[in-house]
Design a protein around this ligand. Structure first.
Ligand SMILES: [Zn+2]
Length: 403
């Protein structure tokens, strides 16, 4: 029952965004909406997102709250709207003009029929965004008001510019977080139920939504659905909010922060929080026994691929072995050994037949969060100005720039 309500709340919040995301994707000549297109839209790729997902699924605690968040709060939607504006004004004084503008001019309908989906509508550059939701007075509804305020403010600041969906959701989730901050200080009686509702939502974002994303990453050519945005956006909203010196909050609302920027600024946290490398140490390569070294490398690749992503572990042993052997014979496979003499990742590639400076990566695996280290090592093997393209395992038709 509770779960349904949360899903309902989460699902409906962004129905309008699905529509607008599609509109914008179409206008950018994206046809169809696959997971890999969604990743490309955010300038990222499966391996990075898979690692981040491991981190967030391993580190985000999900405490189930009681039904506190379903009780009425004795506060009106309009009051929550004003409180959210105060919270944002306090956090983002340089955007005070825009925040006040949205507070006073955004048409927000809070008594939409309960079955209607909440949404924030962009009405073009000359019109103010429009918010619609059914406010029943619960803590979850109050968070939804803040969430939609965040969307409205970002849409207003973007002035019609397309903002990828994860970045839209980051702004909306940050607005929820700043409301929680303000309430904790100035309306402490509201804090416990609001915080419980926020935690309850986390059980969905970092639970079933994260599972959805995990499955989606295994089939990058499968369909994109809007919920895939939530785990990443929720995670980044928390991190951005918790590390104000590291991130420019204003750029979040202006839609200027890119997902790859978020990822690169958080490399150290991601690395620190990623799974420990449980693989055994490997002995030094043996000078006179190249066959042994080669088999060891194959074994390391297999260990790195076990239970990893992108379908490699589902291939037949013969197919798997012959592909790696072929790469090793022409020296286009490389296993990176970390400081503790444990394998941390590997890659296989092909050099373009026409242009030697173009490298097509066929496989990159770094299951313990060492992608950047792997990339650095690889760069030393490639021509200085090489253009690196990654290959989608399950699609022969698309390549994207790898880094
Ligand atoms: Zn949203």
């Amino acid at each position: 029952m509770k779960r349904d309500r949360s899903e309902f709340y989460n699902g409906i919040t962004d129905n309008s965004h699905v529509y607008f995301a599609k509109m914008s994707i179409k206008s950018l000549n994206y046809s169809g909406y696959t997971v890999s297109e969604w990743l490309s839209l955010h300038d990222t790729h499966t391996t990075i997102v898979a690692t981040l997902l491991c981190v967030l699924m391993n580190t985000r605690s999900m405490s189930h709250s009681d039904d506190e968040n379903l009780f009425p709060l004795h506060i009106s939607a309009q009051d929550v709207w004003i409180l959210t504006s105060q919270a944002l004004l306090h956090t983002l004084p340089d955007l005070s003009r825009e925040i006040k503008f949205i507070r006073d001019n955004c048409r927000a309908v809070f008594d939409a029929p309960p079955m209607n989906l909440p949404y924030t509508l962009c009405r073009g550059t000359s019109e103010v965004p429009f918010v619609s939701m059914s406010f029943q007075g619960t803590a979850a509804d109050a968070l939804c008001v803040a969430h939609e305020f965040g969307h409205a403010l970002q849409l207003h600041l973007a002035r019609g510019r397309f903002i990828p969906p994860v970045l839209r959701e980051i702004a909306a989730f940050v607005a929820e977080k700043v409301l929680l901050d303000l309430v904790q200080k100035e309306k402490p009686e509201l804090f416990a139920p609001l915080y419980a509702a926020w935690q309850q939502d986390n059980t969905i974002y970092f639970g079933s939504d994260a599972e959805l994303l995990k499955d989606a990453l295994r089939s990058p050519e499968g369909p994109y659905i809007y919920r895939l945005n939530y785990p990443l956006a929720r995670y980044f909203a928390d991190e951005i909010h918790a590390n104000p010196t590291q991130f420019d909050l204003e750029s979040v609302f202006r839609g200027n922060l890119s997902l790859s920027e978020c990822l690169s600024r958080m490399q150290s946290q991601i690395r620190a929080a990623s799974m420990n490398n449980y693989l055994p140490e490997v002995p030094e390569a043996e000078k006179d026994r190249p066959a042994i070294n080669a088999y060891r490398s194959l074994g390391m690749m297999a260990l790195l691929d076990i239970d990893y992503w992108q379908g490699e572990s589902e291939k037949s042993i013969e197919e798997y072995y012959s592909a790696r052997l072929a790469h090793m014979q022409v020296q286009t496979a490389f296993v990176v050994i970390g400081n503790e003499r444990k394998p941390i990742g590997y890659a296989m590639w092909e050099t373009d037949k026409i242009d030697k400076n173009v490298i097509h990566l066929k496989r990159q695996a770094a299951p313990f969060g060492d992608h950047l280290y792997l990339q650095k090592k690889l760069q030393t093997l490639f021509p200085e100005n090489a253009k690196i393209y990654s290959h989608h395992t399950r699609s022969a038709r698309r390549e994207q720039v790898a880094w």
